[in-house]
Design a binder for this molecule. Structure first.
Ligand code: UT7
Length: 356
């Protein structure tokens, strides 16, 4: 059975740079607070109504496809990870297919909704498809447009200062070179804390029709009287239910526990150690999280890549963007052991080890 290698990689971020200073015009925050608590200096935002996750993804994908030495028509499967899709449905996979001008219908498209760990989940799925021989050129992307859906008032400041827009893409192909490619992937989830980092409405739980909602799910408010049972109500908007909310400290504590745990799990299974890692690419959640994980793993500075300072947290896109930057900077070379890890909403988390 062949392995799965990354044959091409690319990323694309919108041109518009939004500094911390710019955010202070809309909410009560400061550059000092954001830098001290998150490490972020600036992020990118799309041109409203012109750029979307699918269009950002298409730009990143075009680079990855070219670097893989193939054409768009060679792609036989698309996996698209995002929490901020263009539409509620259909998913972004088919929109990316259309953006790229892939007209062959033999190409499948799958959407992944695993938030921060979406890229690692997607990599794991792609790896199984390649190893089974089902597909030969899988395009895996992570792309997000957060800026169109954040609460830019002071109420939403703990979330909105963190997130940014961007896309990263890889082309995955079989390899027969012994030891090369994806060594393993480890996936985890714990739905107990689903609402600790979530965007609750609109969603089917609050109903599309003006009818009685079964009392199966208790989110702490009365569906019928508070929300009226319609799709989006003024009450939902006033209560901020249409924006993402996060219990930041809770998520933070879980993240610094789960990141090292899942990396050690992957290393253990592969018979490797932290000292074997040449480059660690953590999901860019918060620079303080990455630094704590680095300390816990005792990884030297030159073996970790962080770019949250420039792009903020781009959720499913953050790992492929950081991996691409590290590769472009010559920090990921053939034969290197690359470790990827992510933790986020769900909670879902995971790790992947790749021999480049
Ligand atoms: O990628 C998905 C996974 N997400 C994460 O991993 C994020 C994990 N969590 C975090 O990164 C951090 O919890 C945050 C950066 C979100 C928040 O940092 P924190 O140090 O945990 O702050 P906090 O939420 O405990 O808030 C501390 C104070 C509060 O004020 P009081 O109650 O002490 O007066 C907040 O209201 O900071 C206030 N605050 C802000 N002040 C200025 C919260 N956000 C801001 C802000 N600017 N943007």
């Amino acid at each position: 059975m062949s392995g799965t290698r990354i044959a091409g990689i690319g990323f694309h971020v919108p041109e518009r740079v939004v500094t911390n200073e710019e955010l202070t015009r809309w909410m009560d925050t400061t550059d000092e607070w954001i830098v001290e608590r998150t490490g972020i200096h600036e992020r990118r935002y799309v041109k409203k109504f012109e750029e979307t996750p699918a269009t950002l993804a298409a730009q990143a994908a075009a680079i990855a496809i070219e670097r893989a030495g193939i054409t768009k028509d060679d792609i036989d499967f698309i996996i698209f990870a995002t929490l901020s899709p263009d539409y509620f449905f259909p998913g972004c996979g088919v929109l990316l297919q259309r953006e790229l001008g892939i007209t062959k219908t033999e190409c499948g498209a799958l959407d992944i909704r695993n938030q921060c760990s979406g890229f690692i989940y997607g990599l794991s799925v792609a790896d199984q498809f390649i190893k089974s021989g089902m597909y030969k050129n899988i395009l895996l992307v992570g792309a997000e447009v957060h800026s169109m859906g954040l609460d830019f008032s002071t109420r939403g400041r703990n979330v909105s200062v963190i997130f940014g827009d961007g896309a990263g893409a890889v082309v995955l192909q079989p390899t027969d070179k012994p030891g090369q490619g994806v060594l393993n992937t480890k996936l985890h989830s714990n739905g107990t804390y689903a609402e600790k980092l979530a965007l609750i409405s609109p969603g089917s739980h609050s109903g599309y029709h003006n009818r009685h909602i079964p009392e199966a799910v208790d989110y702490g408010y009365d569906h019928n009287t508070d929300l009226g049972g319609t799709f989006v109500t003024q009450k939902m908007l006033d209560d901020g239910l249409c924006f993402p909310t996060m219990d930041g400290q809770f998520v933070f504590k879980m993240a610094i526990q789960k990141f090292p745990e899942v990396i050690q799990e992957a290393l253990h299974q592969a018979g490797l150690q932290v000292s074997d890692i040449n480059m660690f690419i953590p999901h860019q959640a918060n620079l303080r999280i990455s630094q704590m994980v680095q300390r816990l793993l005792r990884l030297p500075d030159e073996r970790i890549w962080n770019n949250i300072q420039k792009y903020g947290n781009t959720t499913a896109a953050s790992i492929p963007i950081a991996l691409c930057e590290a590769w472009e900077a010559g920090k990921v070379k053939e034969g290197d052991l690359v470790a990827l890890a992510a933790f986020g909403s769900g909670f879902t988390w995971g790790a992947a080890l790749i021999r480049w």
